[in-house]
Design a protein around this ligand. Structure first.
Ligand code: PAU
Ligand code: NA
Length: 610
């Protein structure tokens, strides 16, 4: 590999240069990034194709490209069932979250929390989000550099620095437009790299039929568990149901995604781009799962741990890829570009969304008189500081050591879950008040860290590989004994008491923490006096109960639904928004006006009897 190292460097360099070029183009074209509207919101002028490709890129990093094949290789194809969660996980954002957030004409998702609850809730939500993204960013920038270093000897910290600095630079000069357009380019490179590995891998293993027969001879590879036990790491339920909450926390309320929905020209474009995420995300999942299967077919029976020393399964994926692509001109470089594209597109989204929330939620409210030029300069400084902070976080990740996919999914569940709960409390439960929201968030985070840290300390996060080492499986005589031993171990070491609580599958973290926030939030709200109808800002609630109970007569419905916006309240202006009307409805073009009129009765449904 050392011989081809210069080519790797060239292709890696070309990727960084192209990304910088896109950044430079957007720094010098359009409004030249002189307003926060352009720098943070892309002038709200994006079409749905770039937005949708950018939406996929945000949470598809090198972690998924390396982590998913490693997961398939060690635990079988069960993880693929997370694809089922994409259906509801994208339909609900498209039809509940996007309409509400888009019509309020927000800049930051957390502005919603102030409109619905109060300023303290908004600040707490923002701080939680910053915490989540800063840790996640570290994992993202560290993973590709680490994996590459483990196998090719690419300088670890040099790579981390190059990725972090280039990304900081183009994010700082080009704003959200540059972030979205680099995402488009980087997503295509990512797909191309994965596809190349699969095609070459299948060829080298001896064709599609050879791969299929190799893989299908190992029965336990295609595990399909319907076990309802919530401590089992991956089952159909944890992935298909728990996964919906994970998807909601990422695609429904995460600022990185909400910012993209808000940057779309019209609400229709935003909804359509969310729909278009579905096939592309399925493709991304399928590519990485198939890569894991090809790797299994190719490597089974061989022991590669000695070759890699103590390096993890994650590094093994890179080793496999380099084995496959070795000697083919340009292809190892293409895969390296694929890894770093995936990482760059994620951390650039993180920098820009972090700069946005810090500016819009933490700084602007305190300096309402700040000039636009000042605010833009400050936003750029913020994007840059987060870039540098990211490098520090990479070092922290270096000190941890777990499967990177698990680390990322745990962060999403532990910190993203409570944020999702906060938004659900506001959107679906009109009775919830500000005190309840704060108490709910506090309780949700406390429980999340209690379980999360508990699982790390007791090491009971259920990481046992149910699939015996593949070398053992292939010796068909031993297969049954091996599986029996594995199953036996599982039943023997079934945890009890608090330990059982700690061993909750991390795929349930989002759902569990979200529910805690809602439950505690509602209890405290009812104890302190539920929100009154006239106090709820119009357009901030979705009358779920009213819609579910549509068969009931209007007056009963009214009672059950609780609060709906009163007509007199509709004339009120939401704070900080000169450009929006009282309902927060966009009046940009005729078409969207028609749509919003059609939507109106849905929000006010419970009120028709009044
Ligand atoms: C966000 C999901 C779960 C969506 O499939 C997937 O992209 C994933 O597992 N991501 C891991 C985190 C990452 O790639 O950075
Ligand atoms: Na990405």
């Amino acid at each position: 590999w050392t011989k081809t190292l210069p080519t790797h460097f060239v292709i890696f360099g070309v990727l960084l240069a192209a990304s910088l070029g896109i950044g430079l183009y957007h720094a010098l074209s359009g409004g030249r990034q002189r307003t926060t509207q352009e720098f943070l919101m892309a002038d709200r002028s994006m079409k749905c194709l770039p937005v949708s490709l950018s939406l996929i890129a945000s949470f598809q990093s090198a972690v998924a490209i390396i982590g998913v094949p490693a997961e398939i290789y060690t635990h079988g194809t069960q993880y693929w069932f997370i694809g089922c969660a994409y259906i509801l996980g994208l339909l609900i954002p498209a039809h509940v979250f996007i309409p509400i957030l888009y019509r309020l004409r927000l800049s930051s998702a957390y502005q919603y929390l102030e409109l619905r609850f109060s300023k303290p809730v908004r600040i707490c939500g923002t701080l939680t989000f910053i915490f989540q993204m800063v840790i996640y960013m570290g994992v993202c920038v560290y993973t590709p550099a680490f994996a590459l270093n483990a196998v090719t000897g690419f300088e670890l910290w040099g790579t981390v620095l190059a990725t972090g600095l280039v990304c900081t630079l183009y994010t700082t000069i080009g704003g959200l437009k540059a972030v979205i357009w680099t995402d488009v380019f980087q997503t295509l490179v990512m797909f191309a790299g994965q596809l190349a590995v699969i095609v070459v891998g299948v060829q080298k293993t001896g064709g599609v039929s050879e791969v299929c027969s190799e893989v299908s001879s190992v029965f336990s590879l295609f595990g399909f568990s319907l076990n309802p036990d919530p401590t089992e790491r991956h089952t159909f339920w944890t992935l298909g149901v728990g996964g919906v909450f994970l998807m909601l926390s990422l695609y429904g309320v995460n600022q990185a995604q909400v910012q993209r929905y808000l940057s779309a020209r019209t609400e229709k474009d935003a909804v359509r781009s969310c729909y278009m995420v579905f096939p592309s995300l399925q493709l991304a999942l399928a590519l990485s799962c198939v890569m894991g299967l090809v790797m299994f077919a190719c490597y089974c029976g061989e022991d590669h741990s000695s070759k890699l020393g103590t390096a993890s399964r994650d590094a093994m994926v890179i080793s496999f890829v380099m084995d496959m692509l070795q000697g083919l001109p340009g292809l190892p470089g293409l895969f390296i570009a694929c890894l770093f594209s995936a990482a760059l597109s994620t951390i650039s989204s993180a920098f820009n969304s972090l700069a946005t929330v810090t500016m819009e939620d933490l700084i602007k409210p305190h300096f309402p008189a700040m000039t636009e030029a000042r605010a833009t300069l400050l936003s750029k400084a913020l994007a840059m500081s987060y870039g540098l902070l990211c490098l520090a976080m990479a070092y922290l990740t270096h000190l941890m050591g777990d499967s990177v996919l698990q680390v990322a999914l745990k962060i999403f569940g532990m910190v993203g879950g409570p944020i999702l709960g906060l938004f659900c409390l506001g959107i679906f439960f009109p009775w919830a008040n500000s005190t309840g929201a704060l108490a709910g968030l506090g309780a949700g985070l406390a429980v999340a860290f209690w379980v999360g840290i508990g699982s790390i300390v007791t090491r009971s996060s259920g990481t046992k590989s149910l699939l015996p080492a593949c070398g053992v499986v292939l010796l068909s005589d031993n297969t049954t004994t091996a599986i029996q031993t594995a199953l036996g171990n599982v039943t023997l070491s079934r945890p009890s008491g608090l330990k059982r609580f700690y061993s909750l599958s991390y795929m349930w973290y989002s759902a569990f923490n979200c529910s805690t926030v809602i439950l505690i939030g509602l209890i405290i709200s009812f104890l302190t006096g539920p929100m009154k109808a006239e106090d709820v800002t119009p357009g901030t609630v979705y009358p779920l109960l009213g819609k579910l109970l549509c068969f009931l007569p209007e007056r009963h419905k009214k009672k059950l639904c609780g609060v709906t916006p009163q007509l007199s309240a509709q004339q009120r202006q939401p704070p900080h928004h000169k450009e929006s009307n009282g309902l927060g409805l966009s009046q940009e073009d005729g078409q969207s006006q028609e749509e919003t009129d059609a939507f109106l009765p849905r929000f006010l449904e419970c009120e028709t009897a009044v």
